[in-house]
Design a protein around this ligand. Structure first.
Ligand code: HEM
Ligand code: FPP
Length: 328
């Protein structure tokens, strides 16, 4: 019988495992049962916490918080502020757990993900499924009971978009996977905004657009750095299918789009000069990294661009908030 380590060190088997569709139980599913990929170990609460992608969700909650505060001139009602963000975080966390569940075989192939709780066998598929269901239903109940229906259904749509459409289908179907799938991850400012107002407003859509344009350079920079690993998985990531050069052109293009889109809050009068200055400086910084990646790449440039993308969002959204209260 093929052992776990035989499996991950044998490219032919890896291909058999990872490139297989996430859904469906075709006859190939008998070739490498999941049990062969796992060591039995006990799970701790940390494993469940890790499967929620806490740092990603925290940044999403930052954008949702900013969406909430920008929706009103004064203070956001405290119950919406607290319950809305808890609800969104629980549903987003649930989406992340489903992502771990669906991707457990692919995660067993890449060095970046091999130590995750499921490839290591610390969490079994049925345990992950129950955990995702419990926190997802809890999050939805909070949104429906104490926030509002519009925000709840938009949150559910983001969950479906990420957990099933992106992870279960797009990721394996097209190199444009993250452009389309990125919409779910971009939704939190709208989720926060609509939690407060119960409406969909242009300001919220612009914030979504900013994260939507930010996602491709965010992810493709990492995908260039991890190109060899993605190649092993059989997942059609852009640097693998179309090469680094075209991916870098895409990164520059989306960074320019991001720079333009990020000026829109100022153009429509939603934000003032403090925000404009920050958006331009941060956007130009991102552009410099994209250009370095194309014309002066070093070993670390792709990873540095990825790290910069996170700093970019972590600074841009708080500045939106500071700017909002400065002009009141
Ligand atoms: C479909 C859209 C997205 C894709 C494909 C994507 C992909 C990734 C990947 C592969 C990582 C690396 C995780 C690791 O090192 O194990 C990552 C990290 C990260 N992403 Fe994204 N991302 C997306 C959207 C977002 C969004 C919308 C946010 C926040 C608003 C975000 C925030 C982060 C953060 C904070 C990290 C660092 C996590 C850590 O250090 O643990 N991402 N992303
Ligand atoms: C309700 C709501 C807002 C839902 C959004 C849920 C959510 C946590 C989206 C995260 C986006 C993300 C990190 C994608 C990476 O997945 P990947 O599978 O490409 O990366 P991986 O290989 O690191 O798992």
């Amino acid at each position: 019988m093929t052992s776990f380590y035989d499996t991950i060190s044998n490219p032919r088997l890896i291909h058999t495992i990872a490139a297989r569709p996430a859904f469906g139980t075709g006859r190939h599913s008998r070739e490498t049962p999941v049990t062969e990929l796992t060591h039995k170990q006990t799970a701790s609460w940390r494993d469940y916490y890790e499967m929620c992608k806490p740092r990603v969700v925290m940044l999403m909650i930052l954008t949702s918080l900013v969406g909430m505060f920008l929706a009103v001139p004064g203070m956001v009602p405290l119950d919406i502020l607290i319950l809305g963000n808890i609800g969104i975080a629980l549903v987003a966390g649930s989406g992340a757990v489903v992502n771990h569940l669906i991707d457990r075989k692919v995660d067993a192939v890449m060095r970046r993900t091999i130590n995750r709780p499921m490839p290591q066998g610390r969490v079994q598929p049925h345990q992950a499924a129950w955990f995702a269901a419990i926190i997802g239903v809890l999050g939805m109940a909070i949104m429906l009971l104490w926030v509002n229906a519009l925000s709840a259904w938009l949150t559910l749509a983001s969950f479906v978009g990420y957990a099933f459409i992106y992870t279960g289908y797009l990721k394996r179907a097209t190199p444009q996977n993250i452009v389309i799938g990125g919409l779910s991850g971009a939704m939190p400012p709208l989720l926060g905004w609509s939690a407060v107002t119960g409406t969909i407003e242009p300001g919220a859509l612009i914030l979504v657009l900013i994260i939507f344009a930010w996602t491709p350079p965010h992810f493709w920079a990492l995908a260039i750095h991890r190109k060899e690993e993605y190649a092993k998985t059989g997942i059609p990531m852009l640097p693998v299918t179309h090469g680094e050069h075209l991916t870098k052109i895409h990164i520059i293009l989306y960074t320019v789009i991001l720079l333009l889109v990020s000026v829109m809050p100022w153009l429509i009068g939603m934000s003032g000069l403090i925000y404009l200055l920050a958006a331009v400086v941060l956007g130009l910084g991102f552009l410099v990294w994209s250009l370095l990646l194309m014309y002066r790449p070093k070993q670390s440039t792709a990873m540095d661009t990825f790290k910069y993308s996170i700093i970019y969002l972590m600074v841009l959204f708080p500045v939106l908030l500071i700017d909002h209260y400065f002009y009141i």
